[in-house]
Design a protein around this ligand. Structure first.
Ligand code: KG4
Ligand code: ZN
Length: 347
């Protein structure tokens, strides 16, 4: 076909989202609509996403999101070519809600169903936003994920390494919690770090002494906790400047680790002699200005292009799922109504 219009559905964590994306042979992908409804307030009191609450909220919101996505795109169900849905990995209740919704729509409208791996959705986004060709290097850094992938085709991802414990976003969120800042912690910590001294606390840079691209961020949290308690003990409370210095020192440690491991991942990728060397980022942590700048510097130093899609497409959204669905569908890959939801689904 010369043109495809696909509805995407995403509900694997705490965002309920639906989107319509159109692909044209001459012009590539175009997002016609992409609506996202978050659940931050629902989980705020619990200090983390509660799976049961998330699943119920998805089930309540999905129909409305699909309706809004179709309306915004000025597209009817009949004009769609397929329905794409996140089939995992993620919180199983949420994934199931999305898969059930997609199956109902596909069966009702007689449309093909395309199950999408959520991580593939993130990893393929730079092809939608910047038309990247294969292979490119991807760093996926979010609240739940942290890995380097060489993206070779819509369904071939070579994993170079990743976190062996926490994801960086999770570390930002925990840091914020330890310092009495709001959730999600990333933007709060970044903001507080502006006025801070990043050299005051020599936090660890785990695994830098070991070869390879694996990372670790859980030790950082323990170091931060100790430094915080030392400040509190010394001054009978946490002063504004201490908080800023802790945030700046923490952020610098995360940025150092990501930059150095990116340098190594880039070397492994460049050894493949890619025709157009490109590195892209995805995930909420890609919003961080220091981290973004450090990664871009590593790329520039190695003669590699650097792509950071707009933030709304870096974080969880159904636009990336619709796009990944288009990529699969164009290769003739579809699923039937036996498609199952998978809590774990490595690329
Ligand atoms: O991709 P995302 O929206 O959701 C998933 O985790 O799948 O990423 C959210 C994560 C949160 O942990 C949040 O604290 C982090 O991204 N984040 C940031 C920034 N903005 C969001 N981390 C560091 N700096 C930021 N500016
Ligand atoms: Zn995600």
């Amino acid at each position: 076909p010369n043109q495809l219009t696909v509805l995407g559905i995403e509900s694997s964590c705490d965002d309920t989202s639906a989107a319509v994306v159109r692909w044209r042979k001459e012009t590539g992908g175009e997002i016609l609509s992409n609506v996202v409804s978050g659940q931050t307030e629902l989980h705020a009191a619990f200090g983390g996403v509660v799976p049961e609450i998330a699943a119920r909220a998805h089930a309540e919101k999905l129909d409305l999101m699909v309706e809004a996505a179709l309306r915004d795109a000025r597209v009817t169900l009949k004009e769609l070519d397929a329905i794409a849905v996140t089939a995992g990995p993620g919180l199983i209740g949420g994934v199931l809600s999305g898969v059930m919704c997609a199956k109902g729509l596909a069966a009702g409208a007689g449309l093909p169903l395309v199950g999408v791996n959520h991580l593939a959705g993130h990893a393929l986004t730079p092809r939608l936003t910047d038309g990247l060709g294969f292979p490119y290097l991807m760093l996926l850094v979010s609240g739940g994920h942290c890995q380097f992938l060489i993206v070779e085709s819509p369904d071939r991802f070579h994993r170079l390494g990743g976190t062996i414990d926490d994801a960086p976003g999770e570390a930002f969120d925990k840091t914020a919690r330890l310092l009495g800042l709001e959730q999600p912690g990333g933007p709060e910590v970044e903001q507080a770090a502006v006025a801070g001294n990043s050299k005051r606390f020599p936090f660890p840079r785990p695994l830098l002494d070991r070869p390879g691209c694996d990372m670790s961020f859980s030790g950082l949290k323990t170091a931060l906790l100790r430094a915080r308690d030392a400040c509190i003990k010394r001054e009978q409370g946490l002063r504004e400047q201490d908080r800023a210095d802790l945030c700046a020192s923490f952020q610098a440690a995360v940025a150092d680790v990501l930059a150095e491991k990116s340098r190594r991942a880039l070397a492994a990728y460049l050894a493949l002699n890619p025709p157009v060397p490109m590195m892209a980022v995805a995930g909420g942590v890609a919003a961080n200005n220091l981290i973004r700048a450090r990664l871009e510097a590593v790329c520039t130093e190695q003669g590699t292009g650097f792509v950071a899609p707009p933030l709304a497409l870096c974080t969880d959204n159904a636009g990336m799922i619709a796009w990944a669905g288009i990529e699969r569908f164009r290769r003739g890959e579809t699923d039937d109504l036996t498609l199952s939801a998978r809590p774990r689904w490595p690329l």
